[in-house]
Write a protein that binds this ligand. Structure first.
Ligand code: ZN
Length: 75
């Protein structure tokens, strides 16, 4: 039998080391995700009437249930 065919304890239960994620690499993605969340909150909560970016009611109607669910004033 070849030596590599023998199961070693490491092969049965491999040791998994935690992956360290540096904050400097994580920060731009956290800022990007935060901006996306702020944009989503804007479209759910404010996008209507005088504050509207788009001149139609499609965005407002699309997020209307979420608007009421989150307690934003609506109608
Ligand atoms: Zn409403």
């Amino acid at each position: 039998m070849h030596a590599s065919a023998i199961a070693t304890p490491a092969a049965i239960a491999p040791v998994s080391l935690p992956v360290s994620i540096p904050v400097r690499e994580l920060l731009p993605w956290a800022v990007f995700g935060g901006m996306l969340l702020l944009l989503a909150i804007y479209f759910v909560g404010v996008e209507a009437g005088a504050m509207a970016v788009f001149n139609t009611m499609y965005v407002h109607e699309f997020v209307h249930d979420g608007r009421h669910l989150l307690g934003f004033p609506c109608h």
